[in-house]
Design a binder for this molecule. Structure first.
Ligand SMILES: Cc1ncc(COP(=O)(O)O)c(C=O)c1O
Length: 395
């Protein structure tokens, strides 16, 4: 007899809630943090520097600047790029709010362009349609870790002299055409939030090959302070600020965790790939479920496993999400499109109906649990819950 979904009165497939994302921390990583507490610095010190060097080496760029979050990294990147009042910066509506804040924190206007529904990332043709004389920048986001159309977007940027900030918060550890995602010009940003591919608790990183952008980010991260101004050689205390900077300094404690996590990057990727393979194998067979796009010219490290639930599955996305929650499976939706948010509507006049592809994709989106601590049993629970929902008589 078919299993009865919990949503329709059956027993949940599991007792404990399985979150869509979670950190994975070993004893060695805990020890690394404790050891850092013995150091002279527990704020930004040599361990942060070592973490930055290691990330720069991994990504293959000249500079890495650690910050307190992906959000603050985006703020710094936008400011370093010179975004300001009167500027338009094109980005995707299918993202987390912080992507657009690389523009809004700097008083520039975020201009949304529709997505390519296959990759779920900015469509270069849609971007071209939005370019005006006020456009100065582009912020593509590598949704779920799958690279955006990097080549197509760089062509648009070249044609219109746009500064590109890649929001690579989902994509740490992946490659595109054999080069690490994040190495592309002009600047890229990572997040080390606990659900991301690697964590430092909270944390982020700006990476770039551009010396000037890197120097601006470093200065702005720490009060826009000149610590050795010229003409004050005999006044060692003399420090001056030349603008409004921030305190986005990350601590050696966080960097110690980050460094230790990097030692397990391959392990994390391998486990995520393994879970994805299990999901794909089962879900490709199910009518009404669109599995994530295959990796083209890339070897992504996926942050999310986002499916699209379509009508032929038998229930809509809302029912699907609530039915999985009833089974104690913590699915999530990434993201409510930015033009649905009151802030972007009130401030910039956006409204639903403007971005057809984004809205169609969003209507079906559901992120299934994906993280390195998941067991095969957890994966089976998710699949059992979905299969029994499909088999239930929902009409
Ligand atoms: C695409 C994207 N950009 C930026 C951020 C912001 O990162 P953080 O949470 O580290 O501030 C997130 C975090 O969820 C994200 O998903």
């Amino acid at each position: 007899m078919a299993r009865k979904p919990a949503y329709y009165g059956g027993e949940p497939v599991r007792d404990e809630v399985l979150g869509y994302g979670s950190q994975s921390i070993t004893e060695r990583e805990k020890e690394a943090v404790l050891e850092s507490l013995e150091g002279d610095y527990i704020t930004r010190g040599p361990t942060v520097e070592a973490f930055e060097e290691r990330v720069a080496e991994l990504i293959g760029v000249e500079h890495a600047i650690a910050t307190t979050s992906g959000t603050t990294a985006l703020h710094l990147a936008g400011r370093a790029a010179g975004f300001e009042l009167g500027d338009d910066v094109i980005t995707t509506p299918l993202t987390f709010v912080s992507t657009a804040h690389a523009a809004t924190y700097n008083e520039a206007t975020p201009v949304f362009a529709d997505i390519d529904p296959h990759r779920r990332t900015l469509d270069p043709d849609a971007v071209r349609e939005q370019v005006t004389n006020d456009t100065v920048g582009l912020i593509p986001m590598h949704y779920a870790g799958h690279p955006a159309d990097i080549k197509g977007l760089l062509e648009v940027a070249d044609d219109h002299d746009l500064t590109v900030i890649w929001d690579a918060c989902h994509a740490f550890g992946g490659t595109w055409r054999g080069e690490p995602i994040g190495a592309q010009r002009d600047i890229a940003v990572f997040s080390f939030h606990p659900v991301k591919n690697v964590t430092t608790g909270e944390g982020g990183m700006v990476v770039t090959d551009n010396d000037e952008l890197a120097e601006r980010c470093r200065r702005l991260r720490s009060f826009d302070m000149e610590y050795s101004p010229s003409g004050h050689d005999d006044e060692p205390w003399y420090q001056v600020t030349e603008g409004i900077g921030y305190n986005y300094n990350v601590t050696d404690l966080q960097a110690a965790l980050g460094l230790a996590q990097l030692d397990r990057l391959e392990v994390f990727k391998h486990r995520r790939d393994d879970i994805i393979e299990q999901y794909n194998k089962a879900l490709d067979e199910i009518d009404g479920i669109r599995t994530p796009p295959d990796a083209t010219e890339s070897d992504p490290m996926y942050h999310l496993y986002a499916i699209e639930v379509r009508e032929s599955f038998g229930c809509d996305r809302t029912e699907f999400v609530n039915a999985l929650h009833a089974e104690n499976i913590g699915v999530q939706v990434h993201y409510v499109p930015l033009h649905y948010h009151p802030y972007f509507q009130e401030e910039f006049g956006y409204e639903p109906g403007l971005f057809t592809e984004t809205e169609r994709v969003y209507d079906g989106l559901v992120s299934l649990p994906l993280h390195a601590e998941m067991s095969d049993r957890d994966v089976t629970d998710v699949l059992t819950a979905i299969e029994s929902l499909r088999d239930a008589d929902l009409k």
